[in-house]
Design a protein around this ligand. Sequence first.
Ligand code: E4P
Length: 218
Amino acid sequence: MKFFVDTANLDQIREAEGLGVLDGVTTNPSLMAKEGIEGENAILQHYKDICSIVSGDVSAEVLSTTYQEMIQEGTMLSALHPQIVVKVPCTKDGIRAIKYFTEQGIRTNCTLVFSIGQALLAAKAGATYVSPFVGRLDDISSDGVELVASIVEMYRYYGYETQVLAASIRSVQHIVECMKVGADVVTSPLSSILGLLKHPLTDSGLAQFEQAAKKMMK
Ligand code: E4P
């Protein structure tokens, strides 16, 4: 399973990359705005900066919503760096744009996916990744992990190569559950990735070993 970090914060991306287990980065307009990035030049430069920190895929989301504009914007984003994956919303225009990008050899991440039907269209259009939003479904009393599981099963049944990228991750438990149902990628905040390391028995075991080490080295 691949790990992406879900942030546009350069310090957090550096810290995640420093762990040595990072496979990529996902961003979205909200995460970019949170970093105070304003204007086209600043946006493009920020994506370049992210690509210079990590060696894996970097999802850059189109801000436009119509087919022609998405084509223009996505083509420009993908030309920025070979690591860029163009992130496109799962709408009618978005699916058409993904199909166009697939034909041009441009990699895509179909985002804002909340149903198996949307995931089917994304795969048929040739998306590289599909992003079901786990946390946002849980927020409305739906089961986000169950959707991830259904998409994984459906893609395996039909042999689609689109990778299932579990997004909108809110907890360590989300990561573990998505792993159990076979997600190809999980993108999560750095805090949840680091949370995987936490176990009280690791802490108490380490404290015991440290005491023993001090005794031996006296
Ligand atoms: C990543 O690709 C998504 O845009 C992101 O995970 C959404 O997360 P949120 O639901 O916490 O905004």
